[in-house]
Design a binder for this molecule. Sequence first.
Ligand SMILES: [Fe+2]
Ligand SMILES: [Fe+2]
Length: 288
Amino acid sequence: MADQVSQERIREHVVRLGEQHPPIALDSVDRRVRDPRAVAARYGHVIDYLARVELEVDRNVLELLVLLPDVSEVDRMFYADVWQPQEIQHGLILDRLQQDLGRPATTPELDVSMKMKVMGALAHFSSIQDIARLLYYLTGASTERQAVLAYNVIHEGMMGMGEGAIAETIIAPIRRQEPGHFAFYRMSATELVQSGALRPWQLYLARVLREKTYNLVGTNGQDRYKAQIGGVVSALGFDADLVKYAREVGRIEAQLLWAHEQGMEFPPYVLAALRESIDLYRERGFGD
Ligand SMILES: [Fe+2]
Ligand SMILES: [Fe+2]
């Protein structure tokens, strides 16, 4: 089991992130690209996917407000002062990069779905809102982990291609900000579970909902994005050992949500989502 986490520690973490990681300025980027065509061929669709997901932070904030009508002060501080301002810059910088590579701008989806609105209506019951909070933290931990892993591989790949400006002034600064987001969600989910605030039926419902709605980062439950993330996962080489990747992405929620399942390293639905995405990608490609 993860170590003890207090609300105070989470608050300190958020304050520290705000102080130590200002949003990345657009003009801090060195826009020199040695071989735009080679970068576009190898990473173009990966950069497009990440740019879209990062820019969708504005929709994520709206969803959050729908899902958590009584959002706590620390949660608010995190998304308003740290997360949204950082992620939107990640999106703008990556989207400009792909246009520098000669690719079209990305098209983020900014409308809150009907499904979210229904969940939001239910979330006015406080017992449901606690479940929604846990799912929000687990989703955050899983998606931020995927971001960290992706940026690690892209950084190495850009260095290998001799694209030092991209690696050092785009990917490295972005990559430095993601682990703090991951840590926030991990700590928040851990605190919520450890505090004992959730009754067994709430944890049970959280498991059922998670199993039914688990999505890889940025798919919004849509097949075309599932195929695209399959392409991203393949381009980054994670398909060579999907079980290892599922373990990296799903470990936290295996520990918090499925602790009663002895020795579960990751929830089976994480690996199932990865396999589905890769199959869809092999069937229909990236769609561009
Ligand atoms: Fe980001
Ligand atoms: Fe992030």
